[in-house]
Every structure is written in structure tokens, then in C-alpha cells.
Design a protein. Sequence first.
Length: 299
Amino acid sequence: MKANFVKPYSSPEQIVQILKSRGMLIENEHKAASYLMNIGYHRLSAYIYPFYKSPKNDLSLKEGTKFEEVLTLYRFDKKLRILLFNEIEKIEIAIRSVLANIGCQELNDKYWITEAAYFANTDKFNQTLSIIDKELISSKEDYIEEFRQNFIETYPPAWMITEVLSFGNLNYIYSNISKNQLMKHIAGYFGLKPQVFTSWLTVLANLRNMCCHHARVWNRNFMLNPAEPRKTVNAWIDTTTTDKKRIYYRLCIIRYFLASVSPNNNFNQKLSNLLADFPSIDITAMGFCRNWKEESLWK
């Protein structure tokens, strides 16, 4: 049975005193209240949570917990999200291009994305077409406006369509392709089988959205469980002791895609530098194994 939400509002200054009563060391209360005003206690509380003693419901902080330690954890997560978003962007752009290019080449039809004959499920295709219609109507891109004004076709070619759709929409299109050989060729470009490719796209789209909405990612237990590849073209990891619902596994997925998308990328170094800049971060909470740098994927 539902009840009323009776928890009262507390100002940043009041929250400072609440945190102090729970054992937090706060050197500058005015500065702490300012952070709480600008970040919000609700958001920051996720970074305070790891510092509570067990059982967590007692809301008693571990001895010596400093407000600055919470901010360090918050800053690390922020920098991690920025790194993830930048790398996922490279993968997303490549997927847009590869989907359009290989589809046009194999089907010999530049309008294939808007043709029902190339898709397995009519309802899914119609849903996708409705999304395409909405995106084209609302798009202010110069190339879409130019197409509308100068050409008689109802829809632009595939390489324009893919640019106005979301990451999730691209996966929806891919997973509904009726020609198995086409699915294999697209996934194969990235060194994957179609089932794993679809799963990993879903995982990356979900992670990208979390980064866009500034959600905590560093120690999150993700809901999506990625498919496990049996054989891989590029270097992969030993997954026998890896938690597939932690961020480390997703970092590995990004690294795997980058081997095809950007072979000379420096993602390894960027990640190592970030971890080195925040030595207090518990990377085991992120799902990292002890000898992760020894994995062939990260060499």
C-alpha cells in the first residue's frame, strides 16, 4: 500500500549539519553548502553511500570520512563519463556510416532503409518509418532542407537517414534486417557476430544515454547483461572472473570496437591516466580484475 512522502526539505546548510552528525569531517562548511547547492544532495548522496558503515541503513559514516573525498569520487565519475562519451561517439559515428555504406553496396539500393522489402518484421519497420518521418520533419540540418527543396523523392538516401536517427534507432533498424548475409557483413566489419553486435549496441546506447544525463557510472550495477562472444577477430579478455554488469566490461566493449573504428586510438593511455590521477578510487568496485593491464586487449 502506498504512503505519503513525508521526508521534509532540508537546505544545503542543514544537510551540512546532518552529514556532520553522521561523522563526516567538513573543513569549510560554507564551501560545502555551496557545493550542495550547485550539485544537489540527491545527486551527491550516491557518492557518499560507499563511505557508510555496514549496515548502510544506520547512516553512520566510516571513521575519518571527509567531504573532500566525496567530491573526489564525484569528480572522477564526471571525468569517466566524459571519456566514455567521447569514445562512444567515435563508435556511433562509424556504425552510422558502416550501416549505410554496406547496406547500399549489398542491396544496390540507396533508399533501402525506407523500403519494407528489406526488413523481417513489418510492424517494426513501420515503427521505424514513423520515427524517421518525425526526425525528418523536425530536422533543421541544411542537407535535409536542401533535399526537401530540390528532389522529388519522399525520403533521402540511407547515408542521410542514418545521420538523423538515434543510436538506439540504428540498432532497431539493424536487428530487423531480413537478409542474414547483410547482418553478418555489417557486424563482421567490427569483428563480431550479429547477436553479439546487437547486444553490444544496446549496451553502448544505454551507457551513452547515462553519460548524457550525468548519471553515476563508476560503480553502478548495470541492468543490461551483454552477450558474450565465443570467438573474436580482435583481442578480447578472459571473462571467467569478470562481472558483465560492471563498468569494466563496458570499457572492454569500447576498447574492442575501437580496434576496428580507430586502430591507432589512445584509449588505453587515457584510461590509465585517469586512474592514475585518482589513485584513491577503488577500481575493484568498477569490476576491474587485478591484472587487467596484462590482458591482450589492453596491451
